[in-house]
Write a protein that binds this ligand. Structure first.
Ligand code: CTP
Ligand code: ZN
Length: 149
């Protein structure tokens, strides 16, 4: 049904099965902002048999690798990443929670070395569903999107 909402792409990446309301956070993870020149389509609140409603993001002419995709798992644990070439889905994978997240999230502790001695890249460990700063031990308690740069 979503094919009716946004047209198929020739080359690029389709991130499907995003929980409704999370597509803009997925774009933030991918670094898509107003300075981006990529052709990007976003569909929100698309009817889905499995999810009720879902969001979809399509980034043309860019292949999103599994490392980048795994960070999407923080926001959209059931997302599917489809790499499209010549209009065909050539590669499809589920995102999976990374063990470690580098340089994507900001530590909320103002005294953390990552906030005081820039540039120190942030590193968070993911264990038992808990996301903890490798430098100061602060555990992220809010929605992970709150900590995106
Ligand atoms: N898609 C696209 N452009 C293409 C091919 C596919 O935008 N040239 C999109 C489809 O609209 C869909 C996603 O990529 O949102 C996955 O395509 P496909 O595997 O064909 O769909 P499904 O079989 O429905 O996927 P799934 O089983 O993962 O739900
Ligand atoms: Zn910290």
């Amino acid at each position: 049904m979503e094919e009716l909402k946004i047209r198929p792409i020739e080359d690029g990446t389709v991130i499907d099965h995003i929980p409704r309301g999370q597509s803009l956070n997925v774009l933030r993870v991918l670094g898509v902002d107003t300075s981006t020149r990529d052709v990007v389509s976003v569909a929100m609140n698309v009817p889905s048999d499995a999810m009720g409603r879902k969001d979809i993001v399509k980034v043309e002419d860019r292949e999103i690798g599994s490392k980048e995709a795994d960070i999407i798992a923080l926001i959209a644990p059931d997302a599917t990443v489809n790499v499209v070439r010549d209009f065909e889905v050539r590669d499809k994978y589920e995102v999976s929670m990374p063990d470690e997240i580098r340089g994507v999230l900001n530590c909320p502790n103002p005294n953390c070395i990552t906030n005081t001695r820039e540039p120190v890249e942030t590193v968070f460990d993911v264990r038992d569903g808990e996301i903890r700063c490798d430098y100061c031990g602060t555990v992220l308690t809010d929605e992970v999107a709150e900590y995106l740069g």
